[in-house]
Design a protein around this ligand. Structure first.
Ligand code: ADE
Length: 245
């Protein structure tokens, strides 16, 4: 997969992308991440990329010309085509479904704005998706772009060490994932649940699944709607709920 990110602040991405899973996926040739500074396509001695808001109002807006020029040049860099995602608090809420959809693309282009964001013509004529990472306003689209790219790269086959990892993660099964334990079996008097030390895989799987159900019912009951639970699971869960969890 090829990812291109158009931004005014490519330097913000370097630390997070040079560590851990993203770096491993890049080093393994599973994905290439290409950062492009929109200012490189801004004209004039000062390469101005933003301007006042028409009609008045605070802040600055990113001018369309450098963004369109950057996009056209970046598209020329590789033949693959794919979604163009613009990060904005006014976008659709990001979630697991879109992560999987984007990870299946050969190419992903991310438009990351700053200040008051992009001129509306960038939204209308360049973006295929407008995406928000949550109901809060950040200083720019850079952190949201990093969140999106991290979530997408993890879905690329081979990006995580074990092929099971993606499947087992929260949200692939539509449930929250209960906490894990590691050694020692007792720490400051707090015990690891016996079943996890039993070596009995089927029992461990059942216990984990039930913990996931319980956590989801407590914290995010909305996620349980429409999930295919077995009758046994439904009964067990309603028993737990009757007992006040
Ligand atoms: N830009 C600023 N805030 C944002 C958010 N919450 N999601 C996506 N892009 C943003």
């Amino acid at each position: 997969m090829r990812i291109d990110i158009l931004t005014l602040f490519p330097g913000m991405f370097r630390g997070p992308f040079d560590e851990s899973i993203i770096k491993r996926a890049v080093d393994a040739g599973l994905v290439s991440i290409n950062l492009h500074n929109i200012r490189d396509w801004a004209e004039g001695k000062h390469q101005v990329a933003d301007d006042y808001v028409y009609g008045g109002g605070p802040g600055m807006v990113m001018k369309p010309e450098p963004v369109f020029a950057a996009m056209e040049a970046v598209l020329e860099m590789a033949p693959e085509r794919g979604p163009v995602v613009l990060m904005t608090p006014a976008g659709r809420k990001f979630g697991h479904g879109l992560t999987v959809e984007l990870a299946a693309a050969e190419r992903l282009i991310v438009l990351s704005g700053h200040y008051e964001g992009f001129d509306a013509r960038v939204h209308e004529h360049l973006a295929t998706h407008e995406v928000s990472i949550g109901d809060y306003v950040l200083s720019g689209g850079e952190l949201p772009a990093m969140v999106l790219v991290d979530a997408v790269v993890r879905q690329i086959p081979g990006a995580l060490g074990s092929p099971d990892s993606v499947e087992e993660e929260s949200f692939s099964a539509g449930l929250l994932e209960a906490p894990h334990y590691t050694r020692p079996p007792e720490f400051r008097g707090w015990q690891v649940p016996d079943v996890l030390l039993s070596g009995h895989h089927a029992e461990v799987d059942k216990w984990r699944r039930r913990q996931n159900l319980l956590l989801t019912a407590r914290r995010r009951p909305d996620l349980l709607e429409g999930l295919p639970l077995s009758n046994e699971e439904k009964e067990w869960l309603s028993e737990q709920m009757e007992q006040g969890f």
